[in-house]
Write a protein of this length. Structure first.
Lengths: 422, 85
């Protein structure tokens, strides 16, 4: 081994083994397929869904836990050590968290689909075990991080949200059997808001501050709006939880105002990053990322319209769908299609130590199919929810399913290239 | 567009030195890429980092630049960057 190789060996040693993030990404891509399949089967109950066990709840959790959380875990394990400049303490717990999450999600969503709370509890226990490992590993990494305080703070807030989210989730499942809660639907709504704007929201807001400038090649954004978006989002979550629990209308409006200002801070930061970018052609991934920002604004607008009692058919389902699929899933797939070839390139360096070119590792055709099908699915599902027509929803689910299979093809091909490149 | 790249630089006998130490990600990468994309910049460049810039290598490769390690100690990594002919 020559000098360059030995140094590169050192570099690769500091990277998490590729198998760890990639197993999470592949699992996320597979759960994505399952989520659309379940939505297709349960399309009749989607538009009128207001909570409770069934296929819709199962599909929602395949998206939130199976796709969003699994991908977030894989990305966090790989990226947080890079961002915080501190290596992950151990690989073993990260692998174990995967083996707890996968069966946990399958059993939990099966229990939801079949409406059997005891099965749900078994699945939830496994999922909580996996999430606990993720929480401990990430907290340990953030605790040792001194650089990037804004990003680290977003990470801490995401972890706090995760604890609240998981606790509420367990309470809700227990309540399906025992019915001890007076306000099941209120807690379910808080659970959904903390999950999407708290746990996932803080990860999106925080990691965007590093990933968007990294992909677009621009300088790291200024800190003040970053602190502001974190503070406002935290305050918004506290206010809206209080508003739902104590039924205080004015707090709802304060929450909506805080959310809009936080979103403005975030969008201003992202606009600044893109305005000063060195990379001219951002590619398909940024079509998705930009669309996700538009969907985030749409979701907030729908939330406000719902609050104002605007004549919006199936407003709760519509808002939830736009948040989960429109904003979060769209953003995630935009990021994932950049991260996966990027990581594969670093890991699959050839014997001379030269990384493979990204273009060689990015199969474009499956991504084009995914993009077209993903947007068509969103459009058709939104229409189906508004007009309460399950056939349109099923059509949307078919497009979603084709898009999901295309993305799984992309993820598999990148992984295979990584394996062959080593 | 970025008007002035992050980090500091100085010309020495062995090439252009770029110090990115103390910068938060992704600024070390931007500091290097911005300077190698300047007209008439053919290197060699000696780049100083706090840690191994694993994300940079792909971008260098795409721009036709090679990298060699001059130093890879804990706390400081120095790379020699050259434009591939």
């Amino acid at each position: 081994m020559n000098m360059a190789n030995s140094f590169l060996g050192g570099a690769q040693d500091r990277l998490l083994p590729a198998s760890i993030p990639f197993r999470f990404f592949l699992a996320a891509a597979l759960f994505h397929v399952l989520a659309w399949a379940i939505l297709f089967v349960g399309a009749e109950e989607v538009a009128s869904f207001r909570g409770g066990p069934g296929k819709t709840l199962a599909a929602i959790h395949l998206v939130t836990l199976g796709v969003l959380t699994m991908a977030a875990m894989g990305a966090s394990y790989q990226l947080l050590p890079v961002v915080t400049r501190r290596p992950l303490a151990r690989d073993g717990p990260a692998r174990l968290s995967f083996w707890l999450m996968v069966p946990g999600i399958v059993i939990l969503t099966l229990g939801m689909g079949l409406a059997t709370p005891s099965t749900m509890l078994v699945g939830a226990a496994l999922v909580c075990g996996g999430l606990l490992l993720f929480l401990v590993l990430t907290a340990d990494n953030l605790r040792r991080a001194s650089s990037l305080p804004v990003v680290s703070t977003h990470g801490w807030l995401a972890l706090v949200s995760l604890v609240i989210l998981a606790t509420l989730g367990i309470l809700l499942i227990v309540d399906f059997e025992s019915g001890f809660l007076d306000s099941h639907s209120d807690l379910a709504l808080i659970h959904m808001i903390i999950g999407s704007f708290g746990f996932m929201g803080f990860l999106v807001l925080g990691l965007s501050l590093v990933l968007v400038p990294m992909f677009a090649l621009s300088q790291s954004p200024s800190r003040t709006p970053g602190w502001l978006q974190a503070a406002l989002t935290s305050l918004m979550l506290a206010c809206i939880s209080g508003a739902i629990f104590f039924e205080i209308l004015s707090l709802f409006w304060i929450s909506a105002t805080l959310a809009i200002i936080a979103a403005c801070c975030y969008l201003w930061l992202m606009r600044s990053a893109l305005a000063s970018r060195m990379r001219k052609r951002l590619g398909l991934s940024f079509v998705l990322i930009r669309a996700s920002w538009a969907m985030m604004v749409l979701a907030l607008a729908l939330g406000v319209a719902w609050l104002a009692d605007a004549p919006l058919p199936n407003a709760p389902t519509l808002t939830g769908f736009v948040i989960l699929v429109g904003w979060l899933l769209t953003f995630l797939f935009g990021i994932l299609q950049r991260i996966m070839p990027f990581l594969a390139s670093m890991h699959a360096a050839d014997k001379s130590g030269r990384p493979q070119l990204l273009s060689e590792l990015t199969p474009e055709n499956p991504l084009k199919v995914h993009l077209i099908c993903h947007f068509t699915a969103i459009l058709m599902c939104v229409t189906g929810i508004v007009i309460n027509e399950s056939l349109v929803l099923q059509g949307g689910a078919v497009f979603g399913l084709i898009g999901a299979v295309a993305f799984l093809t992309f993820a598999t091909r990148v992984t295979l290239k990584l394996r062959h490149g080593k | 567009m970025i008007r002035d790249a992050p980090g500091t630089c100085w010309q020495a006998d062995d090439g252009l030195h770029i110090n990115t130490r103390g910068l938060a990600p992704p600024d070390p990468m931007i500091a290097i890429l911005w300077r190698i994309e300047q007209p008439d910049q053919n290197g060699p460049i000696i780049a100083h980092f706090d840690r191994n810039p694993v994300h940079l290598f792909v971008e260098l490769e795409e721009r036709g630049w090679s990298h060699d390690y001059l130093n890879n100690d804990l706390g400081e990594v120095r790379l020699l960057l050259r434009k591939q002919t």
